[in-house]
Design a protein around this ligand. Structure first.
Ligand code: AHR
Length: 490
């Protein structure tokens, strides 16, 4: 039977601002994420602007990407910035030891990254190398990027084609320092953080937000040790959580061709984001009662078994309606925690893990996840509105989850927006919506849904899953099975 849902919205009761950086992207030197996915070089037959693919640039502009994190990921802790500046034909060729052991030409370096984000109109999140770099190397990179003086390093940047300092919105001090970033204990990391941060000097007004490398999944120790022991020069702590349909890294589950039990398991694991954020926020509220630190979910998304026949180290996977639903469930969770969650980066932007865009040489396809980013862009810098939702569950026993999730906010344009997700792949949901503090009679917006659970867009059929108009009377509001809706309440 259809799910019965009651949604009570009090439009007069506002909450936190939903920082646009919640809609950030992650672009690592991994597989075809940067090379081919973004960067093809000026001489490529693929249409490009200064070496950046035009089709990818235009698609990313359409979803208003606010922020891009680079160069990793695990790659960040083996990246040496000096190798990625100066004439491209003189840059050293390295081995990307973490991802597939392939050649890394360093063709995409600091200047290319900033040109890319500037072409997008996005902000930059640079992740520094704590694991295999040095304090001096990190400090010099910061000077190279931001100094406005006549120093040798700033002049080297000018000689490489950039007069004005670059703007950095966020700078990460290491990545996953508990793992690929050095297998450290948080107690040791804390001292390193304090040391490295001391030497990151910038001109007045140019200091990026500094990010401590935090924990993952159900861990709260990193958040605790960092927030209790770093009392200066830290604006937020990173946190990573990936949705694997199973909990087994050797058999994560397939991106396509899965059954309903895998759909449900994926939804159940996605919901854990709420539980884990809650646990980390409780720690922050204790150690940082004034709420100065952000919790930055700077890696999240689905992680399936790599597509058969492909290089496993490239983490290439297809993306289906299931991923779209996972995205929207996460957005609704992030909005709810907007007080602390000021920034997130989905992993990853192009051709890697839960990607917005897939490319095959000159071809490009937009994934269902991409479309959810497009639908939700009205929530960037919107103000959350309080609501209560009563819904029954989808699934049985310890795998059951609330069937419907929602988010409500007042957009920057002053309009009232509603997002609704029905996670159940078989049953629709009828919504009794009670609105106070505003008047509206209908929804005007878009819906994303499809016939099959693993409906997806391919290079031969690129438009199987795409948004359609969703205009309904509030007195008769019903969500089809496995659907995402974003609409204005008018
Ligand atoms: O996104 C892929 C990898 O996942 C990142 O490099 C790393 O930080 C995480 O383990």
């Amino acid at each position: 039977a259809p799910h019965d849902v009651e949604l009570n919205i009090n439009a007069g009761q506002t909450g936190a601002v939903i920082n646009k950086d919640i809609y950030g992207q992650f672009a690592e030197h991994l597989g075809r994420g940067i090379y081919e996915g973004v960067w093809v070089g000026k001489d490529s037959e693929i249409a490009n602007t200064n070496g950046f693919r035009n089709d990818v640039l235009n698609a990313l502009r359409d979803i208003q990407v606010p922020l891009v994190r680079w160069p990793g990921g695990c790659f960040a802790d083996e990246y040496h910035w000096r190798e990625g500046i100066g004439p491209r034909n003189k840059r050293p060729v390295k081995v990307n030891t973490h991802w597939g052991g392939v050649e890394e030409t360093n063709a995409f370096g600091t200047h290319e990254f900033f040109e890319f984000v500037e072409l997008l109109g996005a902000d930059a999140y640079v992740n520094g190398n704590l694991g295999s770099g040095s304090v001096r190397e990190m400090a010099e990179w910061m000077e190279y990027m931001t100094s406005d003086k006549n120093s040798t390093l700033a002049n080297e940047r000018r000689a490489n084609g950039r007069d004005e300092p670059f703007d950095i919105a966020y700078f990460g001090i290491g990545n996953e320092s508990w793992g690929c970033g050095g297998h450290m204990r948080p107690q040791y990391y804390v001292d390193l953080y304090r040391q490295y941060a001391t030497f990151l000097k910038t001109p007045p007004g140019k200091r990026p937000k500094l990010v401590g490398s935090g924990g993952h999944t159900d861990d709260t120790e990193w958040t605790d040790v960092l927030s209790a022991n770093i009392d200066r020069d830290m604006d937020g702590i990173s946190y990573h959580f990936y949705t694997l349909p199973t909990s087994d890294w050797q058999k994560k589950g397939a991106a396509l061709g899965f059954d309903e039990s895998m759909w449900l398991a994926t939804m159940e694991r996605t919901y854990r984001m709420d539980e884990y954020i809650r646990a980390n926020v409780a720690v922050l509220d204790e150690n940082d009662p004034d709420g100065e630190l952000g919790l930055y979910v700077d890696e999240w998304g689905t992680w399936y078994d790599a597509e058969p026949g492909r290089e496993p180290g490239f983490l290439y996977q297809q993306n289906s309606l299931r991923d779209a639903v996972v995205t929207a469930v996460n957005f609704n969770i992030f909005h709810e925690h907007a007080r602390r969650v000021h920034m997130t980066n989905i992993a990853q932007m192009v051709n890697v893990l839960q990607a917005m865009i897939l490319t095959d040489k000159e071809k490009m396809v937009l994934t269902p996840t991409y479309h959810v980013y497009g639908m939700y862009k009205v929530f960037q810098d919107a103000t959350a509105i309080e609501f209560e939702i009563q819904t029954d569950n989808y699934g049985e026993g310890d795998k059951s989850v609330p069937a419907v999730t929602a988010s409500v906010a007042k957009g920057k344009d002053g309009k009232l927006y509603l997002a609704l997700v029905n996670l159940d792949p078989k049953e629709s949901a009828s919504i009794e919506l009670n609105l106070s503090g505003a008047s509206a009679t209908q929804t005007v917006g878009q819906i994303l849904t499809a016939e099959k659970m693993d409906a997806h867009n391919s290079f031969t059929q690129p438009e199987v899953v795409k948004p359609k108009a969703f205009n309904a009377k509030l007195s008769n509001l019903s969500l089809p099975a496995k659907s995402v809706v974003v609409a204005e309440l008018k």
